[in-house]
Design a protein around this ligand. Structure first.
Ligand code: ZN
Length: 194
């Protein structure tokens, strides 16, 4: 079996990790930890704004942000991008030292700072050739909360487009950042553009 993207481009999954021989979704408990973390995380970050767009427009003009279609990095430290801003990320990753801190907790912040400082790819900078034409839908993850109770994988400080202030933890207030996360505990595969 090959590799597939699910939901967003960027992260790749081994088909045998996530699909049964009959082609259905494996139960979440049977999916190895690393792809399972990504799947659960995808549920959280799907339909969120592109990080770069959000740095430009902010909360006030969130409706001008494009919805992210690409994800790079580690769950919890992932970078979300739209088609337009993917080239900026790849330029930073390849030419501005991003690849040297892949997997580190500073990864996302470093890209954000570079972009916020006006860092951009040169005009016409090549992006990735993504094979997938149409990302697949996410599996119907029934109650990931049962598996990930108190787990930060389900929290995200990014705002939603429906303007609820990004209150994914349901406490009635905008979520706080995830600076206290211990990414080392996740021990995930690293997968990056080359
Ligand atoms: Zn964007």
């Amino acid at each position: 079996m090959g590799k597939v993207s699910i939901g967003l481009r960027g992260w790749r999954f081994d088909e045998e990790d996530v699909f049964t021989d009959a082609g259905g979704w494996k139960p979440l408990e049977q999916i190895p930890k690393e792809p399972r973390h990504r799947l659960v995380r995808l549920q959280v970050v799907m339909n969120k704004p592109c990080d770069a767009c959000y740095l430009i427009h902010g909360d006030e003009e969130i409706q001008r942000c494009r919805v992210a279609s690409i994800v790079y990095g580690e769950p919890l430290d992932e970078v979300l991008l739209c088609d337009e801003h993917e080239a900026d990320f790849l330029f930073w990753f390849r030419e501005r030292g991003g690849s040297t801190i892949a997997g580190e907790e500073t990864f996302r912040d470093a890209f954000h700072e570079w972009f916020d400082d006006g860092g951009r790819a040169p005009d016409g900078y090549g992006g990735m050739d993504h094979v997938e034409e149409a990302p697949e839908d996410l599996p119907d993850l029934r109650d990931p909360e049962e598996l990930y109770e108190d787990d930060d994988l389900l929290a995200d400080e990014r705002p939603d487009f429906d303007d609820d202030g990004g209150d994914t933890d349901g406490d009635g207030a905008p979520d706080e950042g995830d600076d206290d996360l211990d990414v080392d505990d996740l021990d995930l595969d690293r997968e990056y553009p080359s």
